[in-house]
Design a protein around this ligand. Structure first.
Ligand SMILES: *Cc1c(COP(=O)(O)O)cnc(C)c1O
Length: 393
């Protein structure tokens, strides 16, 4: 059976990564554990193994279980030459940056990047002599002025973490290309189902598979898909760093992948309903959700994205931190916890605003929601009783 390229994503997800030589007659690629290939004799050893993608050489280079997952992800990402797997999303970001940057280079990072990406600038890149400069992701006009002849890469995220701002990826990557810089994007929010990043001008598309692809809050993993221009550099760096994921986790991620489009569709519908409800609440100053009509970034989301997910934020009207804590602590269906994209709804507080550059909208007490697979009417009822508890102080 073919993986059905040319078919719609939900169809392709069903058989993605299933190759006769890896799965035999079984529906799912078996969990193929192993570190060592045994050679027949000394002559066989001297001839060596080909060490090609897709042929077992040594466990660190993966086995059919990991290859099936990588192959499936490549099939979902239009324009990808291949996909590399990392033990976490953060490892995928770090591995990508190390592959495209050298000492003396400058990285431009969006000022709404995921916090550990920002930390990486200081703790990983700076000691290597790689300088990071932050830019306002919404200032398309001013973007070119940030480049110098040492600028070698741009790290984007759309929507950005917490602020949920959508940037004009095709416009920004066009500038980067003209300046000779590589564009990387943290595409965890949309996944390639919602945002075909390489088609939209990026060279590298990074995902935390811990979120939507795993989808069940039981595994950590990251992936990097790239165009032919940079794929080989990424592969060599990943191999030099010794990055490998366990076949058990790869099998779990493949299982999550089968229901990815179904879960994303349901979470998107629920999130939009809940965001709309929140936007009418007196306790809420602003809903930060590009899927919501009339919200900032909605036009770009409509233009560039083919889907959404359950993650968005809002800012409370009041400024009393204890009131926000009362609201969060009163929620019964939302777990308090980091991560997102799982089947269960989660909530986390944050301080709205960017760090280096100014946002048009004022900051305030933020609340981030990850909408899961519960019935949205129950989630709205839960939010409603938590607002009542917040006001009861
Ligand atoms: C969670 C997250 C990551 C990191 O993923 P881990 O698998 O937790 O390391 C990267 N980017 C974004 C936007 C995330 O939310």
């Amino acid at each position: 059976m073919s993986s059905g390229s040319g078919k719609k994503p939900s169809t392709r997800l069903v058989a993605a990564g299933r190759r006769q030589e890896w799965t035999g007659s079984v529906v799912n690629p078996p969990v193929w554990r192993g570190s060592t290939h045994l050679y027949a004799d000394s002559a066989d050893l001297r001839r060596g193994r080909p060490n090609r993608d897709g042929e077992f050489y040594y466990g660190r280079r993966g086995s059919p279980t990991q290859w099936a997952l990588a192959d499936a992800l490549t099939g979902l990402e239009p324009g990808a030459a291949g996909t590399l797997l990392f033990p976490s999303g953060v490892a995928a970001i770090a591995g990508s940056l190390l592959a495209v940057l050298n000492s003396g280079d400058v990285l431009l990072m969006t000022d709404n990047a995921y916090e550990p990406s920002r930390t990486m600038a200081r703790s990983l890149l700076d000691p290597l002599g790689i300088e990071t400069r932050f830019f306002d992701p919404l200032d398309v006009q001013g973007f070119a002025s940030h480049f110098c002849d040492r600028t070698k890469a741009v790290l984007l995220e759309s929507p950005g973490s917490l602020t949920m701002e959508i940037c004009d990826v095709p416009a920004l990557t066009a500038v980067a290309r003209e300046k000779g810089a590589i564009s990387l994007i943290d595409n965890t929010w949309a996944s390639p189902l919602g945002f075909p990043a390489l088609q939209q001008g990026c060279d590298v598309s990074i995902m935390s598979l811990t979120k939507h692809v795993g989808g069940h809050s039981d595994l950590m993993m990251g992936s990097v898909a790239a165009t032919t221009t940079v794929y080989n550099r990424l592969r060599l760096t990943s191999q030099a760093l010794g990055q490998v994921v366990s076949p058990d986790d790869a099998a779990l991620a493949l299982r999550g992948l089968r229901t990815l489009s179904l879960r994303l569709e349901r979470e998107t519908v629920s999130a939009i309903a809940i965001a709309e409800w929140l936007s009418r609440r007196p306790e809420v100053a602003r809903v930060l959700c590009p899927m919501l009509p009339d919200s900032p970034g909605h036009d770009l989301w409509r233009r560039d994205f083919t889907g959404g997910c359950g993650l968005f934020s809002f800012v409370l009207r009041g400024s009393e931190e204890q009131a926000r804590a009362r609201f969060i602590d009163s929620l019964e269906l939302f777990g308090i916890g980091y991560s997102w994209g799982g089947y269960e709804s989660l909530v986390i507080p944050f301080e709205a605003g960017r760090i280096r550059t100014a946002m048009a909208a004022p900051g305030g007490l933020g609340v981030r929601l990850s909408i899961g697979l519960e019935d949205p009417a129950d989630l709205i009822a839960d939010l409603e009783q938590a607002f009542a508890a917040m006001e009861r102080a």
